[in-house]
Design a protein around this ligand. Structure first.
Ligand code: ATP
Length: 485
């Protein structure tokens, strides 16, 4: 199992040093598992968002988007099962007072066993854990941890409390009155904003089943174990799509979306061997089938996206709690020539974390290259981002700060900047400027020199190969433009 902690730490440092990600409120020593995106991070994040949004909505005629509020009526979360079920079994180490998610503690032990070559033992441990989790057998889980002598990584002891449930939703008060009725939650997933708007969208958009509703937005979870940079945050963003279908067709659509979503991942230029599907043995309370798309992060294979066959669980429960019909009238004919009639649609959900996708994209792109020659030690860090996701597409450099070169460079910049993100810089030697652009993943740099004044050509330098060639100023937009669609 690949677990390259040094590489992971190098990526975290790089993200901070080059303005991608900062710890939240850092001047106050940060806030645990909360992060801010800086000048280049926010651009990269937005580009990932736009790419997902376009591929889901613009390229699917039967999928539309919405943007629902973070605050929702509190009954939403009773109907969705989050008030009762959105909790994880936790255990505390009595000596270090550190709290662990039981499944994470046992999974870490299984990883350890696997790394020692005891794969069968690790698999048996995970199977036993899945069985106990599925049965909510907390005493059994505690016994498993004790029998295996699993230790706390801080205290080194196996002095454990009982296993308890811990709800992951953040709550706050609506309005000025603090009574129970005014307690509301910060949404732990964006999906429910889609379900409660199912009929609004279906009716106003005259949508016919099968159709989907997509949404990108913030979600909040009071994660207990949250120390893997932006992999697990307490405030994060999801890109979700709920696809409404006829009951009985869920298997076929589930397979369809598994393939579509994997194709999307591959379209990022990430090789297939860096991905795998993980089928869930223990299904969430709403699902009849579920799997994760896992990517091989520097810290090992981990979930980036979940694909869930959610049955009619959500719409049925909203119908029950709201007393409003959540039904669809299907006048298509079935095999017997009869209209399908009224039903509560089934749902296939694709749910991908934006921040995890960001981490995936940057982990894949981060490259340390040794460029040493016989007479000179040299190296560079380059982000080999797909050009369509890169924060800056084109850097424009005058070779020197005089002789009218900055004026020409600024003119080129002005001509290009309405079409794609450009960056102008005239400080430092050209080599240094190239390296700074490599570090933020800028795919193209152009340099304006004295020859430009004579023949209207510039040097274009390609990030990945570092090759340079002379092109006409009039070709710049076309070259860059053709790589970023
Ligand atoms: P995990 O098992 O890692 O906690 P999950 O199965 O609870 O994730 P889902 O509820 O299926 O996750 O959420 C869908 C997606 O949202 C996940 O695949 C992940 O990319 C993202 N996500 C979930 N929780 C977090 C978090 N705390 N921080 C960042 N992204 C998250």
């Amino acid at each position: 199992m690949a677990n390259d902690n040094n590489r992971f730490q190098a990526i975290i440092s790089h993200c901070k040093e080059y303005g991608f990600i900062f710890p939240s409120s850092e001047i106050y020593d940060g806030l645990s598992a909360v992060y801010d995106y800086g000048q280049w991070g926010s651009e990269l994040k937005k580009n990932i968002k736009d790419y997902w949004w376009k591929s889901m909505t613009q390229l699917h005629e039967n999928i539309v988007g919405i943007d629902a509020a973070i605050f929702m009526h509190p009954t939403t979360w009773k109907a969705s099962g989050h008030v009762d079920n959105f909790s994880d079994p936790m255990i505390d180490n009595k000596d270090s007072k550190k709290r662990y998610r039981v499944d994470h503690l046992i999974e870490a032990e299984a990883d350890r066993l696997e790394n020692e070559g005891k794969k069968n033992e690790a698999d048996a441990l995970l199977t036993e854990m899945d069985k106990l989790l599925a049965a909510s057998d907390f005493d059994g889980l505690k016994k498993l941890i004790e029998d295996r002598k699993i230790k706390c990584s801080i205290s080194g002891t196996s002095n454990w409390t009982d296993v308890r449930q811990f709800n992951l939703m953040f709550s706050t008060q609506l309005g000025s009155v603090t009574d129970e009725a005014s307690e509301i939650y910060l949404r732990p997933e964006t999906a429910q904003g889609i379900f409660v708007n199912f009929l609004n969208v279906q009716k106003t958009g005259r949508m016919k089943i099968p159709f989907g509703i997509a949404q990108i937005g913030k979600a909040f979870r009071n994660e207990i174990v949250a120390r893997q940079f932006i992999f697990r945050m307490r405030e994060f963003e999801q890109m979700e799509m709920q696809f409404f279908i006829r009951p009985g067709s869920q298997k076929e659509w589930y397979e369809h979306w598994k393939k579509e979503r994997m194709d999307w991942h591959l379209s990022l230029g990430i090789p297939a061997e860096k991905y795998r599907f993980h089928d869930h043995v223990k299904l969430a309370h709403y699902a009849d089938a579920a799997c994760d798309i896992e990517y091989e992060f520097p810290i090992g294979f981990k979930e980036v996206e979940g694909i869930h066959s959610r049955t009619d669980f959500d719409l049925r429960n909203h119908q029950e709690y709201s007393k409003k019909k959540m039904q669809y009238f299907d006048n298509d004919l079935d095999a017997n020539g009869k209209p399908y009639g009224n039903y509560i649609p089934y749902v296939i959900e694709t749910s991908i974390g934006l921040d995890r996708t960001f981490l995936m994209v940057i982990s894949e792109a981060y490259t340390e290259e040794d460029l040493s020659t016989a007479d000179k030690q040299d190296s560079r860090v380059v982000l080999k981002l797909p050009a369509k996701l890169a924060p800056v597409k084109l850097a424009v450099f005058p070779l020197i700060k005089r002789d009218g070169l900055p004026e020409i460079a600024k003119q080129i910049m002005d001509d290009c900047k309405s079409q794609f993100r450009c960056f102008y810089e005239e400080k430092d030697a050209i080599g240094k400027r190239y390296r700074r652009m490599d570090a933020i993943g800028t795919p193209f740099c152009i340099t304006i020199d004295h020859q430009t004044k004579e023949d209207n050509t510039v040097t274009i330098r390609y990030r990945d190969t570092m090759q340079q060639e002379r092109i006409s100023v009039t070709a710049i937009k076309e070259i860059v433009g053709s790589h970023i669609v």
